[in-house]
Design a protein around this ligand. Structure first.
Ligand code: ADP
Length: 264
């Protein structure tokens, strides 16, 4: 704990200054414990797959399996956990970059409609593999937003990949419409497993996974949505989720559109 509390003995300017210093100390303490928690979580998340790798590698090395089938199962756990580890490292790197770029992002005018169109093409193979259809309903007009092409793509790839990941049957719908003269809304909805009400407030938090075991089965890192939220906010947008357990989930992303009169 910080030992920097200042005694507030008066109500004048010195007193106010003392109070401000105390507030700062509280703020610093909070920052420090957040950081500690963040690093503790990272080490835990990195350690878990490594423990699996070590464990199953030992089983194989010492031939502690009875059938070829069992051996294959252990090998595939090793391969899955290795992939998860790589994803985790990539996601962490993305998150760090997003946090840094928040200050330095260079924005240009990008057409959200075109980006969504391209992203749907990119993920459609994954959807087809699961027998899922992606239905799109996009406005005919270009929708220009001050943003970063790649970052914008990343937002929608993440949301669509989640929709595919957490949906077993049914379809995925992507909607894009102007909701006012200066706002555009993108809606991505699925008919998947949904998110329990009590989990909804936390899903944008780093490392949060709904029913941890469930997402672990899917190889998730719990970082995707926190990156998405950061990227949306970097581009002055907002993101919301609605979900019904067992029925499906809808993510809504709203961006301010660029002032058309300023274009020439
Ligand atoms: P993950 O890498 O685990 O997918 P995310 O941050 O992308 O991490 O998502 C956080 C959690 O939110 C996921 O573990 C999953 O349980 C839940 N989730 C995200 N998108 C959906 C969706 N479309 N349908 C159901 N659950 C979802």
């Amino acid at each position: 704990h910080l030992q920097t509390r200042v005694n507030i003995s008066s109500d004048d300017e010195i007193g106010h200054l003392a109070a401000a210093i105390n507030d700062l100390a509280v703020e610093l303490e909070r920052y420090r414990s957040n950081r500690q928690e963040f690093f503790a979580t990272i080490s835990h998340e990195l350690r878990t797959p490594i423990t699996y790798l070590e464990g199953y590698a030992n089983v194989l090395k010492n031939e502690l399996y009875e059938t070829e089938e069992e051996k294959k199962k252990y090998l595939s756990i090793i391969s899955d956990e290795t992939k998860r580890l790589v994803r985790l490292i990539n996601d962490l790197f993305e998150l760090a970059k997003a946090e840094e770029e928040q200050l330095t992002l260079e924005k240009e005018l990008v057409d959200v409609r075109k980006i969504i169109d391209g992203v749907i093409v990119k993920v459609s193979l994954k959807a087809e593999e699961k027998g899922l259809n992606i239905e799109k309903n996009l406005t005919k007009h270009t929708q220009l937003v001050q943003g970063d092409q790649q970052r914008m793509e990343q937002i929608f790839i993440n949301l669509l990949e989640n929709a595919i990941q957490y949906t077993e049957s049914g379809k995925i719908k992507v909607d894009l419409h102007e909701i006012s003269s200066n706002q555009v809304k993108v809606t991505i909805s699925d008919t998947g497993m949904g998110i329990p009400d009590e989990e909804i407030p936390f899903i944008f938090e780093r490392f949060h996974r709904v029913e941890k075991s469930r997402s672990r089965d899917f190889g998730g890192t719990g970082l995707g949505l926190s990156i998405v939220k950061k990227l949306v906010e970097m581009q002055n947008g907002t993101i919301h989720v609605k979900s019904t357990l067992g029925k499906g989930t809808t993510f809504e992303v709203i961006f301010p559109t660029a002032d058309k009169t300023s274009l020439s």
